[in-house]
Design a protein around this ligand. Structure first.
Ligand code: GDP
Ligand code: CA
Length: 329
């Protein structure tokens, strides 16, 4: 069987998982995986900076699939330089704590140019995808601008709001968050093709991405949650928590802010079971969290434990295969 797989994903965790999905399809002899693998990418991290439109999660996944990402640093392009960034800083433009590589800026300029000419984010991404053999179809979650805003409890200045990227990069998530919002998302629609891909899928996989600021905005786009609840495809989630801890990043701070425990059980409960009001049928937990299985099954999900460290595409492909096995495809 050549399954059609849809993955919901954020940036770095998402891209490792998507590389695994492409590899899992290749193991099944599916070379033209663009027809079989659709990735719905979080655009809550997007922002306007220095006059250009940045799409951090979209770019992380695009660069990873193209094989041009900087794996050591974890973001941006391999062998990049920062000459333009230094010049922008000299002009006092942009954020001093937020570095934009020269090659990366080339992407942002191209994207911004196309947007200014009237292309939609979906159209821009389609155009960008023609440059490399990505082996996946990438769709933004929505064409609307719904950038994530964090309300923090600033010890010096009291409650105030800032763009998610400022909180994450400048403050390293140290200012206590009170809430995460995507202004305007109530009026947003899924990007063209998103609801259709979910409806026509044989399996929908929720990548081990940040549940609050990567998967949260995707599920908050009106129409995506209902598409997940209605599809005949099994929906399988992969835990971003291993041994009760986030693997990297600061997702635990985000989970704490919305009152969810940093555990495989906590995140499963946040997504919920399709038998109730949620979106999941099955939940893959780390072998370190095998004790969670009983509780996860009690909320109406089938659960299995597997090694969930995505150290390379081979391991990630094993994880995707385990998720597909749970979906029986
Ligand atoms: P971001 O948008 O770049 O922050 O990346 P994502 O939201 O896609 O992924 C971040 C999440 O990935 C973190 O919460 C981590 O817990 C999770 N993560 C990162 N590496 C791994 C891994 O090797 N295995 C698992 N299971 N989760 C991981
Ligand atoms: Ca992100």
């Amino acid at each position: 069987m050549t399954p059609r797989i849809v993955v919901l994903a954020g940036g770095v965790g998402g891209s490792k998982f998507v590389l695994g999905a492409r590899e899992a399809l290749r193991r099944r002899g599916i070379a033209a995986s663009t027809d079989h693998l659709t990735v719905v990418v979080n655009t809550g991290d997007d922002l306007w900076l220095s006059g250009v439109r940045l799409q951090p999660d979209v770019d992380s996944i695009t660069y990873a699939l193209a094989g041009v990402n900087d794996t050591a640093r974890g973001w941006g392009r391999q062998d990049d330089s920062e000459r333009v960034n230094a010049e922008l800083q000299a002009w006092g433009v942009g954020w001093p704590w937020f570095t934009l590589g020269d090659l990366d800026l080339g992407t942002h300029l191209a994207r911004t140019g196309w947007l200014r000419e009237g292309a939609t984010p979906t159209g821009v991404l389609e155009r960008m995808a023609t440059r490399w053999d990505l082996g996946a179809r990438l769709l933004p979650m929505t064409d609307a601008e719904v950038d994530t805003v964090v309300t923090v409890d600033d010890p010096d200045r009291g409650p105030r709001s800032m763009h998610f990227q400022e909180w994450w990069t400048r403050h390293r998530a140290t200012l206590p968050p009170l809430a995460f919002d995507n202004p305007g998302i109530e009026a947003a629609a899924p990007a063209p093709g998103v609801a259709e891909a979910i409806a026509e899928a044989d399996a929908v996989l929720i990548a081990p991405s940040n549940p609050v600021v990567s998967i949260g905005p995707i599920l908050a786009v009106p129409g995506i949650r209902s598409a997940l609840r209605q599809t005949s495809a099994p929906v399988v989630g992969v835990s971003p928590i291993i041994g009760g801890r986030v693997v990297r990043g600061m997702a635990d701070v985000c989970l704490g802010a919305i009152g969810v425990e940093t555990s495989a059980v906590g995140v499963a409960g946040l997504y919920g079971s399709r038998r109730d009001e949620g979106v999941l049928d099955a939940w893959l937990v780390a072998e370190e969290d095998v004790d969670a299985i009983e509780t996860v099954e009690a909320i109406g999900l089938t659960a299995h434990a597997r090694p969930l460290w995505m150290t390379d595409p081979t391991r990630s492909a094993d994880i995707v295969e385990a998720a597909l096995a749970q979906a029986r495809v």
